[in-house]
Design a protein around this ligand. Structure first.
Ligand SMILES: Nc1nc2c(c(=O)[nH]1)N[C@H]1C(S)=C(S)[C@@H](COP(=O)(O)O)O[C@H]1N2
Ligand SMILES: [Mo]
Length: 151
């Protein structure tokens, strides 16, 4: 069973399955309500997040970013304010995802479609003081072509 690691600022991972995340999600919706033209079952990211953390550290500040990492080590770090319409897609054609398993992010308000990370296995809710930083994405620990040329 594929488990997804969730970090919420205290360095401790909580592991959840997709089924557990779906069961906690207050708002389930068809993906095409947020991403026209793509079918599937999704849930609202921020509503899930607030339901999941309810009862724990209620007084801790809101995240400033969400970092997600995929099985292929693709990752994205997205400012909290770009995530108001974000959803997590978990099923298509009545089945677990064929593309994007176990779960896929869509960020309708995001600065790029490249933020629609497939096959997420880690969520990290980050709080820091960085200001005005844009969303970032790419492969983790990727060596730039300039670096490779020097070797
Ligand atoms: N895990 C993972 N997710 C990913 C990527 C990737 O390489 N790995 N590419 C991203 C980029 S750059 C784009 S443009 C979109 C493409 O989504 P599509 O395959 O549905 O067209 O997926 C994003 N999600
Ligand atoms: Mo992309």
């Amino acid at each position: 069973m594929m488990e997804i690691a969730i970090y919420d600022g205290n360095g401790q991972a909580v592991y959840l399955t997709v089924e557990e995340m779906v069961a906690q999600a207050p708002l389930l919706l068809p993906l095409d309500q947020r991403v026209p033209g793509i079918e599937g079952k999704a849930f609202d990211l921020k509503q899930w997040y607030f339901a999941w953390r309810a009862g724990r550290d209620e007084l801790s500040p809101l995240p400033t970013y969400m970092l997600v990492e995929a099985v292929d080590q693709f990752q994205a770090r997205i400012p909290w304010g770009q995530l108001d319409q974000a959803v997590l897609l978990y099923s298509q054609n009545g089945l677990p995802l064929e593309k994007g398993f176990p779960i896929r992010l869509y960020v309708p308000d995001g600065s790029s479609n490249c933020l629609n990370v497939k096959s997420i296995v880690r969520f990290d809710f980050i709080r820091n003081d960085e200001q005005g930083v844009e969303a970032e994405f790419g492969f983790k620990n990727r060596i730039s072509t300039d670096e490779l040329k020097k070797r």
